[in-house]
Design a protein around this ligand. Structure first.
Ligand code: HEM
Length: 146
């Protein structure tokens, strides 16, 4: 389940960028950034970069995390940052991950989930990344009272 959550956050994490401000002039690769400018660091771009993830970057492959985040990112700490990075990263990270696991476990004990034929795959950035037309799913009861 952890691998599925990671891969979902990689491809469709709600955050598509983090704001930062330069305190002083800094060199970033070939770029020289002046002091006091705002930068939008697009984690969504890092998560979709084939140089980091390979040619299958756009495929939903939870197994890429089978040996952990470090291995999946080839030990590049910045390549996977759905909750941001550094001292101002998301304070809700552990809560959100635990909540996701609890909710999924509760649903999967009672139902199977499949996508409805009416579902149209169209994630769009609108403050957060969202499914443009919603996510229509079909829940089928497993017939137990778990
Ligand atoms: C899947 C769920 C979530 C994702 C992907 C997410 C992602 C993020 C990201 C990318 C940032 C910016 C971090 C940075 O600038 O480096 C952030 C900040 C923050 N998040 Fe979340 N978040 C999630 C859930 C939550 C929840 C459930 C809470 C509260 C219970 C929360 C509270 C915060 C707060 C307070 C900040 C600001 C931290 C600061 O500026 O020091 N987040 N989150």
């Amino acid at each position: 389940m952890t691998m599925i959550i990671y891969e979902t956050l990689r491809l469709y994490g709600p955050s598509n960028g983090m704001m930062r401000r330069t305190e002083r002039e800094v060199q970033l690769g070939k770029l020289v950034l002046p002091a006091s400018i705002d930068i939008l660091v697009q984690n969504i771009a890092l998560h979709h970069d084939p140089h980091m993830w390979g040619d299958d970057v756009h495929l939903f492959k939870p197994e890429r995390f089978a040996e952990g985040i470090a291995k999946a990112t080839n030990y590049n700490a910045g390549a996977f940052c759905p909750f941001g990075l550094g001292p101002r990263n998301c304070v809700g990270m552990n809560f959100a991950t635990m909540e996701t696991k609890i909710v999924l476990s509760m649903i999967l004990q009672r139902y199977t989930i499949s996508l409805s034929p009416t579902y149209v795959h169209s994630p769009i950035p609108y403050i957060t990344v969202q499914p443009q037309h919603g996510i229509q799913v079909i829940l089928e009861s497993l017939g137990n009272d778990a």
